[in-house]
Design a binder for this molecule. Sequence first.
Ligand code: BG6
Length: 468
Amino acid sequence: MASESVFPPAFLWGASTSAFQVEGGLTAGGKGLSVADVAARAKADVYADTSVAANFYELYPEDIALMAELGLQSYRMSINWTRIYPHGTEQEPNSEGLAFYNRVFDELARYGIEPIVTLYHFDLPLGLHEDLGGWESRATIEHFIRYARTCFEHFGDRVKWWLTINEQNLLARKDKIMHPQGEGDERERSRHRMNHHMFLANARAVSLCHELLPDARIAPTIAWLPSYPATAHPDDVRAARDADDLYNYYATDVYVRGAYPERYLFWLREHGWEPEITAEDEAVLKAGTCDFLGFNYYVTFAAERCPPDAPADYTAILALVVPGRFRYVPNPFLEATEYGWQIDPVGFRTSLFDLWERYRLPLMITENGIGTADVVSEDGAVHDDYRSLYLRDHIREMRQAVAEGVEVLSYNMWSFIDIVSSSSGFSKRYGLVYVDRDELDAKQLRRIRKDSFETYRRIIASNGEDLG
Ligand code: BG6
């Protein structure tokens, strides 16, 4: 069966997590706090924070053994920046932090699981935020590059696949962890300045990786948030294109083509939000273009025209309002999860075609999954048929895209194990493996294979053919 598969032999079937969401060990081994830790702690009266999470920090041998049982070929994970540089500004790395990831990479190697490693998944060191205003300052780029160099030098012998920044386009909208300054236009200027500095950090990390690790491959990964026109009215079609151009393609164009698209700069200038972009910056962006393109896919949106005088919302995840351009509205043709995320497998195939046709760069799916309030049944199992269905439906669409010529390197479902959701604590579960804990009581953190674990095991074993 496997030999008939459309997936090439080098294709990697994987699963994802990120450090602050899975590890726990908040201050263990000299780790510092990150802005993500602090944001989670602010909601700790209701939601699990990052202090214990799923305790991958201590339980990683058990978890990696489960990955091997599942048949994972890749594990997309992140390094917690604050384990390596606890405050962010140190000149020397924290040896205990390095030792932890050495143990993790060695354990993955023992089972032949390929690590796909994100350098920065929302966890900017709090010290950089307090001392420098985080990405507001160009100095943060230097600290990021020192951190990236340390990772390349220490782990480059075992890590061949690197991801620079997770979801920069969405991160730029996460005010609770980015802390843009001021209000109104000043706040938007701050947001776009931070975003520009992250683009520079990404490009310089890509260039550095090319220099230090010529056999490795590196890219950023984006939150791919595509829109359909709400109707066939030309204004709504225009609105959907604007949504894609101003919130998705602007970022992928910088990453792949090494320059901002003119229309995006026009929009920034129109509002007086344009950051300072020097000739040297332009050269940095041009030099540091990526080897492939990573993307996270969960939802699609419908967009309609939005009058210029509508009250703006530049941050809402599911309800963006960009006056004069577009606003998101519900798509009546799609079902949504209990958290309001609209499920759209066909949109996944369309996204693969769109990105491939625009860039002709290999694509890597770094996240795709469904967050639900899973429960343990009386028989002690977790019957998450909806997750099995979600996986099958999305993988079927990906398979079709591959069959029609799209080059996909790897599919990493989100998430391998239950983690602290970035928005809704521990009850919004994404894992194939259930972690037995409540929001506020970490209990014994017992691992339970959900039914979807077996579904995905079969999909992997059949190289994407056994889709039920
Ligand atoms: C992506 C992030 O935005 O989506 C993950 O990279 C996150 O960190 C995932 O967990 C799901 O979002 P949420 O808010 O439901 O955790």
